[in-house]
Design a protein around this ligand. Structure first.
Ligand SMILES: [Fe+2]
Length: 268
């Protein structure tokens, strides 16, 4: 059994920056997928969309509860509290090869596609009065390389990402339909500005993460900060993260920009 100390060390090992990175990120990739690949991905996603969804985040007095049984990983997940829907699918081999060619050369170590899903940000997935949002965060997983592909959107909703080797400062990237951006979700704080969505507005993203092949997601070990199994470690991790100057700077920018657009700090 691991001591608390060794768990924390293990966790912090992957928050060490870009030592093994081979070139600066973020950067855009033009025409990530071929038209045929996009059509097949869309087809797989739409097929899985027909599965009965699994809803999380229904309101109760003091929080959120899960309302339906979890039956399979392919069930669309409606996160009402975040106004988004997630769909998991099997990545076609040729698409994974395309992604490998981009992600693997960015890291001098063995990494592989470990997690990916389709995300639809849309008012219709929420309660009607909560807007889709993506507050500043670092991924709680060892996602050294993240490829975000905008499958389709009818809104302008920029992505902020921490700068290369200056992760306490941030740059705004537009991500319109068909565009792809590559960044490091465990090393670079990222978020979307607070934005009021109107009925019919949407933003569809396919997010794809690469992590080391010795990560728990490949070995079958426990996640060292699993929220249910290691709640204390999880809390420590989150507390430490929230007190970091770069995270505080990101939240300040997120809130200030919201205020400038007339969105109250607490309302989103
Ligand atoms: Fe993220």
């Amino acid at each position: 059994m691991q001591t608390e100390d060794s768990l924390m060390r293990k966790l912090h090992n992957y928050l060490t920056g870009f030592d093994k990175s081979t070139k600066p990120i973020p950067f855009y990739v033009d025409n990530l997928f071929s038209d045929d690949q996009v059509a097949r991905l869309r087809g797989i996603i739409e097929e899985n969309r027909k599965i009965e969804p699994f809803t999380i985040g229904d309101r109760i007095e003091d929080g959120y509860i899960r309302t339906s049984d979890f039956r399979s990983r392919y069930q669309p997940k409606i996160a009402k509290n975040m106004s988004r829907m997630l769909i998991e699918f099997d990545m076609p081999k040729d698409c994974e090869d395309t992604l490998d060619n981009i992600a693997k050369p960015l890291y001098s170590g063995d990494i592989a596609l470990c997690h990916y899903n389709y995300i639809d940000y849309n008012l219709k997935w929420g309660y009607g009065d909560n807007h889709p949002s993506l507050p500043p965060h670092l991924d709680a997983d060892e996602n050294l390389v993240t490829i975000n592909y905008c499958l389709d959107t009818n809104v302008e909703w920029d992505l902020y990402v921490g700068n290369w080797n200056d992760t306490g400062n941030f740059t705004k990237y537009s991500l319109s339909a068909g565009q792809t951006i590559v960044f490091s979700a465990v090393n670079q704080i990222h978020w979307r500005p607070k934005r009021r969505f109107n009925d019919g507005e949407f933003c569809e993203i396919i997010s794809m993460d690469y992590c080391p092949t010795d990560n728990y997601r490949f070995t079958g070990e426990d996640n060292p900060i699993d929220p249910e199994k290691f709640s204390l470690e999880r809390k420590k991790y989150l507390d430490e993260l929230q007190s970091r100057p770069d995270m505080m700077a990101a939240f300040k920018l997120w809130n200030d920009e919201g205020l400038a657009n007339g969105i109250d700090v607490r309302s989103m």
